[in-house]
Design a protein around this ligand. Structure first.
Ligand code: HEM
Length: 493
């Protein structure tokens, strides 16, 4: 009680400030990389970094080289910028853990607590990711195709009038509905559309605050985030999910595993589903947005894609006709080299997915350029935008070139730096043991949607303006745009 009085609060604030200043007093020890603390206690260089992440990192790279430690929001993160050193994260994976970070995000963002205490649960859930590949992926694609048809059914019959929409809203709505229905099945209630829309709106509001949610700020200070979080979790509890028909194999398998570790009614089962739903849409939405943005602004890309699509339709004896009569297999989608190159070019331009690992114990990394000492409790990260925008690897990196990842009508996978072939030239899905298990599904979903939108609709940009990246979710996946734009679409007659 004493502490809640005015002098008590002042004392607490003074102690906190003192603790923050002490933490900022860290000095560089022999063998450690250059340390850049900035002048703000606790925040360090967070503000400069957030303002212009790529420019800031490039300046530091010129000044300090490819390895340095930054103080960012109370954490010390050592960045490795040279792609030939990325493998050091893999080689030392026992001391550099994903688990500590993954568990913290799971607990803070999704209210999942058991993962931190139960390795078996973690292991079983990882094994279940195999249902995002192979035969299970074929079934997911088959179901996805049916759901896309349902989503666009109404617009397809409307061949005379243009529909106008904001692109980000359009992509959020389409990706959310299609992904949710493909993974979790069909909500059976009469007002299913309203239910899905409400879930999507809560989800997007929650996601907008994601960077704050996983920071050290208590969730209670973030407005209504806590109640939104609870509402979404309640929607995904076992009881509620039982009313949804047509779960995918991966969701069924996860539910079986969760029922082994929890009682069926446990709220935390819903929390796990929330985490998985978040992973399956949070990045796919902005990728879809950027893909549409670039394709609509680049007629040469649009033409090449339409040509590739027409060629596939002709060679498989399919006609565009009214209604979605087209059938596509995974192999056919995989072979659309131009479409794939376009998606990878989009990922190159907007992916800030930084593989981050927690340093579990004091450690010395041995690299060709010398040893580097890391401290227990710090973090280590790679920052892919540096390589994605390196003119030595990608000519005119600021330009969108839809065919950058293709060569002689085949996928291009050879890129060089300092005359040496690069293993990691584009890493939007991370790498190593925790590489995104949903990457095949994500690429297939975007390919399918682009394929169908370009095949069945005339698309026109209305507000043709340059749009930049919004760095709210810096270091975490795909960056959202800093504004939206209007476009229109009409079913081809
Ligand atoms: C374009 C879309 C996507 C991007 C850019 C993306 C990116 C990533 C990244 C960077 C990671 C962390 C990897 C690491 O730290 O090494 C990750 C993890 C994960 N992603 Fe994705 N992802 C996408 C779509 C999906 C989809 C569609 C699903 C599920 C259907 C999914 C499920 C997951 C899961 C479950 C994890 C955690 C893996 C683990 O715990 O080991 N992702 N994703």
């Amino acid at each position: 009680m004493e502490l809640l009085s005015l002098p008590g609060l002042a004392l607490a604030a003074a102690l906190l400030l003192f603790a923050l200043c002490l933490r900022s007093r860290r000095t560089r020890q022999p063998g450690e990389p250059p340390l850049i603390k900035g002048w703000l206690p606790y925040l360090g260089v967070a503000l400069e970094f957030q303002k212009d992440p790529l420019g800031f990192m490039k300046t530091l790279q010129k000044q300090y080289g490819d390895i340095f430690t930054l103080q960012l929001g109370g954490k010390y993160i050592t960045f490795f910028l040279d792609p030939f050193q990325y493998h050091l994260l893999l080689k030392n994976h026992k001391q550099l853990s994903f688990q500590v970070i993954g568990n913290k995000i799971a607990a803070k963002a999704f209210c999942i607590k058991m993962l931190a205490e139960c390795d078996d649960l973690n292991h079983d859930l990882h094994v279940a990711y195999q249902h995002l590949q192979g035969k299970s992926l074929d079934i997911l694609l088959e179901n996805m195709l049916q759901h896309v048809k349902k989503v666009f059914e109404h617009q397809l019959l409307e061949t005379t009038n243009w529909n106008m929409a904001y692109m980000l809203q359009f992509c959020s709505s389409v990706i959310f509905e299609i992904t949710f229905t493909t993974m979790y099945g069909k909500v059976l209630a009469d007002d299913r559309k309203k239910i899905i829309n409400e879930l999507r709106d809560d989800f997007l509001k929650f996601d907008d605050k994601f960077a704050y949610i996983i920071s050290d700020i208590p969730i209670e200070f973030l407005g209504n985030v806590k109640s939104m979080q609870e509402k979404i979790i309640k929607f995904l509890t076992s009881e509620k999910l039982a009313k949804i028909q047509g779960w995918s194999e991966v969701v069924q398998r996860r539910q079986d595993i969760l029922e082994k570790y929890y009682v069926r009614e446990d709220f935390e089962i819903g929390a796990h589903h929330f985490g998985f739903l978040w992973a399956s849409v949070a990045n796919t939405i902005p990728v879809m947005f950027w893909a549409m943005y670039y394709v609509l602004r680049h007629p040469e890309a649009m033409e090449a894609l339409r040509e590739e699509i027409d060629h596939l339709l002709q060679s498989t004896g399919q006609k565009k006709g009214s209604g979605f009569s087209i059938h596509l297999t995974r192999e056919q989608l995989d072979n659309l080299v131009c479409l794939e190159s376009t998606i990878f070019e989009v990922l190159r331009l907007c992916s800030y997915s930084s593989t981050i690992r927690f340093v579990e114990e004091d450690l010395t990394l041995n690299s060709e350029t010398g040893n580097c000492c890391l401290r227990k409790g710090d973090f280590i990260a790679i920052f892919p935008p540096i390589i994605h925008s390196d003119p030595e690897v990608f000519e005119a990196p600021e330009e969108f070139r839809f065919n950058r990842f293709m060569e002689d009508n085949k996928k291009k996978t050879t890129f060089f730096k300092r005359g040496k072939k690069l293993k990691f030239y584009i890493t939007p899905f991370g790498f190593g043991a925790n590489k995104c298990p949903g990457r095949f599904l994500a690429v297939i979903e975007i390919k399918l949607l682009l394929f169908l939108l370009l095949t069945y609709f005339d698309l026109e940009i209305i507000e043709n303006k340059p749009i930049g990246l919004n760095h709210k979710r810096l270091l975490f996946g795909i960056q959202y745009p800093d504004s939206d734009f209007l476009f229109r679409y009409k079913a081809k007659s």
